[in-house]
Design a binder for this molecule. Structure first.
Ligand code: FE
Length: 341
């Protein structure tokens, strides 16, 4: 009798200790800023019954927050729009490795992290767009050629504080070296049509308004403009064409970056985190990305959206994507030194 009572007490106590593991939710710190994400999380919640909590902020703020929270961080997953920040997080020991036998649903091996700290969700290219009225396609060739003085007062691009530009500069340093990239940046700055300001979309609108003739922007923003509900945005999208640089036979290919995801070091809901990664890389969720955000799928069998297909296929720079983080400090030094605001 006494023994039975003891057993009951043990069972009651075990059930009243708050269990940090395997709760029915998941906490994401995300830098992504697109409508498609809400659709993805809602679908995942309906499918699994796991509640998705999202904290949105810029990547630097989220990294700082994870660092300050340390072991007690509620974050299970970190999502960015720049692989450089994923590399930085792994370098700061904020993530755990994703198991070597993790079964991705056919992710392009070129897009995977050789160190297994992050998983790509989508990829995008930082392309050149040009005015249909004032530029002939044959005038364009490479990122390097943007330094040519024929582009004087014609080139538009956002500020150097932006991670997309920092990633592009990092790729040039990795491919061309620090000195050559410094010279390139100096010449590019002297070609600016105006001081860098605004978003990628704003650069396209500036071409439509005649303030410049070419711009460096992420590919999907053209899809977002063309599918916008605002006439002004549709017209801006229609005023330009997309050009993938460095496509010649001896060229390395166009710069790409990935939006990706990592599991935090002490993820309280690790099992759920893995379920979400599997979901977001599944064929269904990949289709949802490409058709709503105009990004490219990390699964080669998932075709881009119709709008994006019209731009044609392109060759991707095969650089190890972690270089976009490793070369980041050098990139920022070049921006500062060459006066790219
Ligand atoms: Fe973006």
């Amino acid at each position: 009798m006494k023994y039975k009572l003891y057993l009951i007490l043990v069972l009651i106590c075990a059930s009243c200790v708050p269990n940090k593991k395997d709760s029915n939710e998941i906490n994401i710190y995300s830098q992504r800023h697109y409508k498609v994400d809400e659709i993805q999380y809602k679908n995942f919640e309906e499918l699994t019954g796991i509640k998705v909590n999202v904290t949105k902020a810029n990547a630097d703020e989220l990294i700082q927050r994870m660092k300050n929270e340390g072991e007690n961080s509620p974050a299970d997953l970190f999502i960015t729009v720049d692989v450089g920040k994923l590399w930085q997080g792994s370098d700061m020991n904020l993530f755990q490795k994703i198991s070597d036998d993790f079964d991705y649903e056919n992710i392009d091996p070129d897009l995977l992290d050789p160190n297994n700290f992050w998983v790509p969700l989508t990829y995008r290219s930082r392309v050149i767009v040009y005015s249909n009225d004032r530029v002939d396609k044959n005038e364009l060739s490479t990122y390097e050629d943007l330094a040519n003085e024929k582009w004087k007062n014609r080139l538009l691009v956002r500020s150097s504080s932006n991670a997309y530009n920092q990633a592009l500069m990092s790729s040039l340093i990795a491919n061309l070296g620090y000195e050559e990239t410094s010279k390139w940046s100096e010449a590019v700055v002297s070609n600016f049509a105006r001081d860098p300001k605004g978003s990628d979309r704003d650069q396209v609108k500036a071409i439509a308004a005649g303030q410049g003739d070419i711009a460096i922007v992420n590919s999907y923003y053209i899809g977002l403009l063309l599918s916008s509900e605002k006439e002004e945005e549709i017209n801006a999208g229609k005023s330009v064409s997309v050009f993938f640089p460095n496509q010649g036979e001896d060229e390395r290919g166009a710069h790409i970056n990935v939006s990706g995801i990592a599991i935090t070091k002490n993820a309280p809901n690790k099992e759920n985190a893995i379920k979400l990664i599997k979901y977001l890389t599944s064929v269904n969720a990949q289709k949802t990305y490409v058709n709503n955000s105009y990004e490219y799928s990390v699964n080669p069998s998932v075709e881009p959206d119709e709008i994006v297909q019209k731009w044609g296929d392109f060759k991707k720079d095969p650089l190890d994507l972690n270089m976009l983080g490793i070369k980041r400090n050098d990139a920022i030094r070049i921006f500062d030194k060459t006066g790219w605001k």
